[in-house]
Design a binder for this molecule. Structure first.
Ligand SMILES: C=CC1=C(C)c2cc3[nH]c(cc4nc(cc5[nH]c(cc1n2)c(C)c5CCC(=O)O)C(CCC(=O)O)=C4C)c(C)c3C=C
Ligand SMILES: [Fe+2]
Ligand SMILES: [Fe+2]
Length: 323
């Protein structure tokens, strides 16, 4: 008798996003996101008061207006691109089922896993090239929480990061070169990553080292000398110090220096989202121009393009490790 084929699932997990660009939907999304202790580790009673009575009422409307500027006909860019990426990866990998889940919002990790109750093997690929406890670590928590309440736990492979994987570096390099082919080179290339609090890095989150290692590898592949590129951190939240240099402050300085054109790429974001399309391509372009600079040219994320799909298939084949 031939054994039954093993049931395997490859689960892509991204951050999540509101259901629509309204204050109510953003509030529900932010409430789930910002209750995650991996993301905000203040004592619960203090944080719940701040969150429910100050942050959510003030922030939700403003952030909803920002989402409205970038919303696609089919929904939030983060969800639309992540869905297309999962569909394209399914075509590339016909021997396993590929599914998509979101850490916060819909489709929730647990709801997606419940569609596959009798799996033999699960591979989890958080859509973050660089590991951070705040992102990939939190995806791990959601997977583990799901199976804590189930009888049957499959074999699980968790891809913690792929920041130096040659296939991902190939795709990123090609993305930047194709931007240069179309638009010419800017006077600087900024690698802008989402920040985290410095305190998190000091207690052992390897995220900043992985951001730096990836940016250095890309700069070397692109033949950039040390004065042609910069590594910066964006999307600060709250009052404590976050990883520096900050993207907006750096662009302000480059504007004051009178640079006419700066290219900016965000290698921490697998797909375009609020933090790239609005914060970088709109807000930071204004910061640069208002300080006296010229054009800030945003190099879009890899999204669902074939090079990204091929890279993730290789990352999955090799379990995240370079061959
Ligand atoms: C790419 C990696 C990310 C890290 C690391 C990260 C850490 C982190 N984020 C917040 C707070 C917010 N982030 C928000 C949006 C957002 N963050 C990421 C990715 C990372 N976050 C993405 C892809 C997005 C965009 C989501 C979308 O729908 O497009 C937001 C929401 C927007 C806002 O209110 O400004 C918050 C809040 C913290 C506190 C943190 C680490 C401690
Ligand atoms: Fe609360
Ligand atoms: Fe974030």
């Amino acid at each position: 008798m031939t054994p039954a084929p093993r049931k395997t699932l490859t689960l892509l997990v991204n951050l999540g996003t509101p259901d629509d660009a309204t204050a109510g939907a953003v509030r529900r999304y932010l409430a789930e996101f910002l209750h995650d202790y991996r993301v905000v580790d203040l004592s619960r009673w203090l944080w719940c008061i701040l969150l429910h009575f100050i942050i959510l009422p003030i922030r939700s409307g403003r952030v909803a207006r920002n989402y409205a500027k970038i919303w696609h006909a089919e929904g939030s860019p983060l969800l639309v691109h992540s869905r297309r990426l999962a569909e394209n990866l399914q075509h590339q990998m016909p021997n396993t089922t590929v599914a998509l889940a979101m850490r916060y919002g819909k489709p929730a990790v647990s709801e997606v896993l419940d569609r596959y109750p009798d799996l033999d093997e699960l591979t989890v690929l958080p859509l973050y090239p660089q590991y951070s406890a705040t992102t990939s670590g939190s995806v791990f928590d959601a997977i583990s929480r799901h199976y804590q309440a189930r009888e049957r736990v499959p074999g699980i492979r968790f891809i913690a990061d792929y920041h130096r994987h040659p296939a991902w570096l190939d795709a990123m390099e090609a993305r930047i070169r194709s931007h240069w082919d179309l638009h010419g080179r800017g006077q600087r290339l900024l690698f802008s990553f989402h920040g985290i609090p410095v305190r998190f890095a000091e207690r052992g989150d390897p995220y900043p080292q992985q951001c730096r290692a990836g940016a250095e590898a890309l700069a070397e592949r692109l033949g950039l000398s040390a004065d042609e590129w910069l590594l910066t951190f964006q999307s600060r939240f709250g009052r404590e110090p976050w990883l520096q240099p900050y993207t907006d402050k750096t662009l302000e300085q480059l504007g004051r220096d009178g640079l006419a054109s700066v290219d900016i790429v965000c290698p921490g974001f697998a797909v375009d989202c609020l933090e790239t399309l609005e914060e970088i391509a709109v807000e930071n372009a204004h910061v640069f121009r208002d300080a006296g600079g010229g054009e800030l040219r945003y190099i879009s994320a890899l999204n669902e393009e074939p090079g990204h799909v091929a890279a993730l298939a290789k990352v999955l084949e090799s379990g995240g490790q370079a061959a």
